[in-house]
Design a binder for this molecule. Structure first.
Ligand code: BMA
Length: 334
């Protein structure tokens, strides 16, 4: 099984602990980013990273001590130790027509497409919708038009065009703590006008897979593999004590990613550790980025924990794909 894409020279990594049988394991020094890494922050979580030059760059969700939500730039040599700017990213308008307003920005994703780094985030514009911007150098950042009307969250671009279209996943929602939500796909020739909307993945029946029965949303930019697009996503369970956020995986058709080949019945990772169980919002793991090394098949998933800190978990393509195909919810429903 193969990851299709560039090799990552200094891939962040830690071997699976001896005797540990699970297909995913947390970094032993988690959380890699404490809530107060910068002076102004209340919490740093749900953040995205990308290989950049001889190391890594990232866009981090930093909620400040007025509990305003914004996104900040960061750099790292090894993908594990980060420096993050004290001030939020300032965007300039992509063109004179662009409406570059944001009441807030949160839950960023970053993906490189043909040498340009595209940032997607939840943008406050008369309610949450999908903000879109780009940078070529992580110095100057441009904001484009919002991709969709409010209300929408979890906008996630694929790392290349498919059939000559940019492709974005999103999760139409409402103004608040949306108690519903499925994943849709939209296409664009120019990253401005979006259409050809298709349903991709819905919530699962409670009795089959309760961790993803209330709402779901795409996580990192999908990883291209020889088996299909590997999508890591979050799913939500409503318990008697509030929402629980876990992560799972799906495999989408390479040529038509609205077609689902497999989705995991079991969760991949759920809140187990203290920093996932306890924080500003308890019981949350929320993936927003993955580094995938085509040379070794190693995958590092970056996720927000309890809406407070950021952690990393590791797996490999040879572990996750067989697990997914052997644990396919779609087979159970045949
Ligand atoms: C979602 C988003 C995420 C957050 C999660 C858990 O609706 O707001 O940013 O991590 O809730 O609170």
């Amino acid at each position: 099984m193969k990851i299709i894409g560039k090799p990552i020279a200094n891939m962040p990594w830690e071997d699976r602990p001896q005797g540990f049988e699970e297909i995913i394991w947390r970094y032993s020094k988690n959380p890699i980013i404490p809530r107060n890494l910068i002076k102004s922050s209340n919490s740093i979580f749900n953040s995205a990273v990308v290989p950049f030059k001889d190391g890594f760059a990232g866009v981090f969700r930093c909620d400040n001590r007025a509990r305003q939500m914004n996104i900040h730039r960061g750099f790292s040599k090894d993908g594990l130790n980060w420096t993050i700017d004290e001030s939020p990213i300032t965007f300039v308008a992509h063109d004179f027509e662009t409406l570059a307003t944001s009441d807030y920005k949160y839950d960023p994703r970053v993906v490189e497409i043909n040498g340009r780094y595209y940032i997607q985030w939840c943008n406050g514009y008369h309610g949450p919708t999908i903000g879109l911007g780009y940078t070529d150098d992580f110095q100057t950042f441009y904001q484009m038009e919002n991709a969709f009307l409010p209300f929408n969250r979890n906008g996630v671009l694929f790392p290349r065009q498919i059939n000559s279209h940019y492709v974005m996943l999103s999760r139409p929602s409402d103004t608040g703590h949306t108690a519903f939500g499925d994943i849709f796909l939209s296409q664009s020739k120019d990253l401005i006008y979006w259409g050809k909307h298709r349903f991709v993945l819905g919530v699962a029946p409670f009795e089959d897979s309760a961790w993803q029965c209330l709402k779901i949303g795409a996580g990192p930019s999908p990883i291209e593999t020889d088996q299909g697009w590997l999508l890591i996503y979050h799913g939500v369970l409503r318990s008697c004590n509030g929402y629980h956020y876990s992560m799972g995986a799906a495999l989408l058709d390479l040529n038509d990613p609205s077609k689902v080949i497999a989705r995991s019945q079991d969760y991949l990772l759920a809140p187990y550790t203290d920093y996932e169980l306890n924080g500003d919002v308890s019981n949350v793991v929320f993936p927003c980025a993955a580094l995938a090394d085509s040379k070794t098949g190693k995958i590092a998933i970056y996720y927000g924990a309890a809406d407070t800190v950021t952690g990393v978990a590791f797996t490999t393509i040879d572990l996750i794909i067989p697990w997914l195909l052997g644990n396919n919810l779609l087979d159970k429903n045949k």
